[in-house]
Write a protein that binds this ligand. Structure first.
Ligand code: DX5
Ligand code: ZN
Length: 214
């Protein structure tokens, strides 16, 4: 069970200290938004490059942008794993190959209303499938229970096609909802407000991991 804190809920004015608080994490989840694919904007490549210099933990980049075909490889050069939204990708196969050629991990993400079934043939090549449990764009939203059947379907698909592939969930994950997602088959959990909003982010990571394992 992997816990990846989302940087979106961190204090952007103190990132060296914020990153040091979450060294117990498996990876740092880096939410890139462009105000086109989602109605919010966060940060771009130069910012990610600078944060990486002060992070001891690897970066799991979540691209919520309208042109992943152009940008995904650039982020792959500056992280360990890049997950792009299938809804905005023109040529997913090409993106996957480009990221793999760089020796990095690659994933696809689906919004709550996007079915996974049409993309099942991609799963054998992926390192991660990200099932969004909120509408992407903002931290601190409520976990959408109606996505649980899709998590179960993703688990079956991954078990059949590619058991090493991570099944990540993102949005509204806290000590209550993490067990629902893990029972449904998720093994990698993004948590923004539940980690950075806690008195001790480190303790929150350990508690979330324990709850996911239960
Ligand atoms: C939402 C982002 C999430 C977000 C999660 O679009 O993809 O990673 O930061 O935040 P919480 O855990 O607060 O829902
Ligand atoms: Zn995210």
């Amino acid at each position: 069970m992997r816990i990846n804190p989302s940087i979106l809920s961190a204090d952007f004015a103190n990132m060296t200290a914020e990153l040091a608080k979450v060294e117990a994490a498996d990876m740092i989840h880096v939410d890139v938004m462009d105000s086109h694919f989602v109605p919010n904007i966060t940060f771009g490549l130069p910012v990610v490059q600078n944060w990486r210099k002060v992070s001891k933990t690897g970066f799991d980049v979540h691209l919520m942008i309208s042109d992943p075909d152009t940008w995904a490889p650039r982020y792959a050069e500056n992280s360990e794993m890049v997950t792009f939204h299938i809804e905005s990708a023109s040529d997913p196969q090409r993106i996957i190959h480009k990221i793999k050629d760089l020796g990095k991990k690659v994933g696809i993400a689906v919004k709550p209303n996007t079915p996974l079934e049409p993309y099942k043939d991609l799963v054998h090549q992926l390192d991660q499938v990200l099932v969004m449990t909120v509408e992407p764009g903002f931290g601190g939203q409520k976990f959408m229970h109606e996505v649980l059947p899709k998590i179960r379907y993703a688990r079956e698909l991954i078990d059949q096609e590619n058991p090493n592939c991570f099944l990540q969930v993102d949005g509204g994950i806290n000590l209550d909802t993490i067990s629902l997602a893990s029972e449904a088959g998720a093994d990698t959990f993004v948590a923004g407000s539940a980690v950075f909003g806690a008195d001790s982010p480190e303790q929150a990571i350990h508690q979330l991991r324990a709850a996911a394992n239960r």
